[in-house]
Write a protein that binds this ligand. Structure first.
Ligand code: PLZ
Length: 443
C-alpha cells in the first residue's frame, strides 16, 4: 500500500459509507475513545494522497476539507514524506531547549522571510495552533506591560483555557468548561452579509467598543483571524483590517494575526494579511505549514519577541525535528508548485461552481471566501435566518457519496471548501458536482 500522489486521483465507492469495515471499527472507537472526541465522517482511513482518502473498505473519497486546512500541499506530499523519513531515521527528538538542531532554526528563518512585512523578525515554535495563540498573548503582555486581550465575534482561537475564552462559540467548544481566563474582551466583527457595513464603518464600530469598554491603554493586543475560519469563513469588508491595524499602531496595541487557518497559500497569498498589505506585529501559524505534522509558530517583530526573559517560551516538543522537516518539505512544495497561484485558480473554479449552485438554490444566501477558502451560507430563502438543518443534510449527502465536506459558522449553517491544493481540476469538479447534487437531493 502506498499513499501520496501515486494513489489514483479518483473517487471510487464500493460499499455504503461508512462501510462494514468502518462500522466495525466505529464500535471499537466507542469502546476505547472518549465520546467527547467526535468524527465528522466515520470512515477509517488506511491511505491518502493528493486529494483522495482511501478507507478500510476500499472506498476512495474526495477530500474537500484537507483535515481542517492542514494538507494544503496534498496528503503525503513527496517533499514532506522524503524529509520526514530522512529526519526520523537520523534522530526523532532532542528537545530544542536541551540540545538544538538546524531544522528549528531553518523553519524560523523561513517564517521571517515569508510572513508579512520586511522588518527584522524572530519566531518560537510550538505543537498546536492553540498553543501558538497562548504564546502570542504571553509575548504581547510582556512586551506592552498590559493585560487586556481583544478578540472578535465569531472568532476561533483554540480549546485551551485562554483560547476557549478567546473563542466565541459556546457549543461545542466551551460549554461546561469554565471558568475561563480573564481580561479577554470581544468586539463586533465585520460580517458584510449580516451587517452591510463598509470596512471603515465596521472598524469604527469595533474600535468604539474597545475604547469605551476596555480602554486602549489597557490593551496588550488585538487578536484577529484575517478571514475567519470556524466562525463561518467570514471575510471582513475591504478596509476593515487596515483601519484596525492603524488604530492598534496609534495606540501601542499589538496586532496579532491568527493565520493558523488562512496562512501558507490557502487564500491565494502566502498570508491572508498580504491581500490588503496589513503588517501585523505578531503572526500565529500552524496547520498547512507542516503538511500534516503537528507544528505551530509565533513570529513577530524581533524586539517584541525578545521582550520575553530567557526560558520564558518553550515546551518539550515545540519545534520537534520531524515536524520541522515536514514544514521545510511543505514550504518546498508550496514554492516549487506555485501553490499561491494554484490557490487562486482553485478559488476561481470553486467560486464559479458555488455561484452556479446559489443561482439554482435560493437557500444559498451568500457565497464568500478568498482563494481556496470558500464557503456558502445557508438561510431560509429571502431571509438571513440560518438553516442549519439543510446545511447538515447537504453535508450528509456529500459524505454518503464519498465527498468530504466540512461545515462551520456560529449557527452551523455554512459549508466550507478548503481542498488540498494538490487536487486535480477533474477531482475538484467531480466533488463539486456531488455538492450540487446534494443541494438538489435535499431541496
Ligand atoms: N486558530 C484560526 O482555525 C484550529 C479546530 C478544529 P489547533 N481550527 C480547527 C476543532 O474543532 O478543534 C484553529 C484555527 C485558528 C487557532 C486554531 C487552533 O489550532 O492546532 O487546533 O490548536
Amino acid at each position: 500500500m502506498s499513499g501520496g500522489p501515486t494513489l489514483p486521483q479518483q473517487r471510487r465507492i464500493v460499499t455504503e459509507i461508512p462501510g462494514p469495515g468502518s462500522r466495525a471499527r466505529l464500535e471499537r472507537k466507542r469502546t476505547h475513545v472518549a465520546d467527547g472526541v467526535g468524527t465528522v465522517l466515520p470512515v477509517f482511513v488506511v491511505e491518502a494522497g493528493g486529494g483522495v482518502l482511501v478507507d478500510v473498505d476500499g472506498n476512495a473519497l474526495i477530500d474537500l476539507g484537507s483535515g481542517i486546512a492542514v494538507t494544503t500541499v496534498g496528503n503525503a506530499a513527496p517533499a514532506v514524506v522524503e524529509r520526514v523519513v530522512a529526519q526520523a531515521a537520523s534522530f526523532t527528538h532532542t528537545c530544542f531547549m536541551v540540545t538544538p538542531y538546524d531544522g528549528y532554526v531553518d523553519v524560523c528563518a523561513e517564517l521571517a522571510g515569508l510572513t508579512p512585512g520586511d522588518h527584522p523578525k524572530k519566531s518560537a515554535l510550538f505543537n498546536s495552533g492553540a498553543e501558538a495563540v497562548e504564546n502570542a498573548v504571553k509575548v504581547a503582555r510582556v512586551a506592552t506591560g498590559r493585560d487586556a486581550v481583544a478578540v472578535f465575534d465569531h472568532a476561533y482561537h483554540g480549546r485551551t483555557n485562554l483560547t476557549m475564552a478567546m473563542t466565541a462559540k459556546n457549543m461545542p467548544y466551551k460549554n461546561g468548561f469554565g471558568p475561563f481566563a480573564g481580561e479577554v474582551y470581544r468586539a463586533p466583527m465585520s460580517y458584510p452579509f449580516r451587517d452591510a457595513l463598509s470596512g471603515p464603518d465596521a472598524a469604527a464600530r469595533a474600535i468604539d467598543v474597545l475604547e469605551k469598554q476596555v480602554g486602549a491603554g489597557n490593551l496588550a493586543c488585538v487578536v484577529i483571524e484575517p478571514v475567519q475560519g470556524e466562525g463561518g469563513f467570514v471575510v471582513p469588508a475591504e478596509g476593515f483590517l487596515p483601519a484596525v491595524s492603524r488604530w492598534c499602531t496609534d495606540n501601542g496595541v499589538l496586532l496579532v494575526a491568527d493565520e493558523i487557518q488562512t496562512g501558507f497559500c490557502r487564500t491565494g497569498d502566502w498570508f491572508a494579511c498580504d491581500h490588503e498589505g496589513v503588517v501585523p506585529d505578531l503572526v500565529t501559524t500552524a496547520k498547512g505549514m507542516a503538511g500534516g505534522l503537528p507544528l505551530a509558530a509565533v513570529t513577530g517583530r524581533a524586539e517584541l519577541m525578545d521582550a520575553v526573559h530567557a526560558g520564558g517560551l518553550g515546551g518539550t516538543y515545540g519545534g520537534n525535528p520531524v515536524a520541522c522537516a515536514a514544514a521545510l518539505g511543505a514550504i518546498e512544495e508550496m514554492r516549487s508548485h506555485d501553490l499561491v497561484g494554484r490557490a487562486r485558480a482553485v478559488g476561481e473554479r470553486l467560486g464559479a461552481r458555488l455561484r452556479a449552485i446559489a443561482e439554482e438554490h435560493d437557500v444559498v444566501a451568500d457565497v464568500r471566501g478568498r482563494g481556496a477558502m470558500m464557503a456558502v451560507e445557508l438561510c431560509r430563502p429571502g431571509t438571513t435566518e440560518p438553516d442549519a438543518a439543510r446545511t447538515a443534510a447537504v453535508a450528509a449527502h456529500c459524505h454518503a457519496q464519498g465527498v468530504v465536506t466540512l461545515t462551520c459558522g456560529t449557527w452551523g449553517n455554512v459549508i466550507r471548501f478548503l481542498p488540498p491544493l494538490a487536487i486535480t481540476d477533474e477531482l475538484l469538479d467531480e466533488g463539486l458536482a456531488v455538492v450540487a447534487e446534494a443541494f438538489a437531493a435535499t431541496a
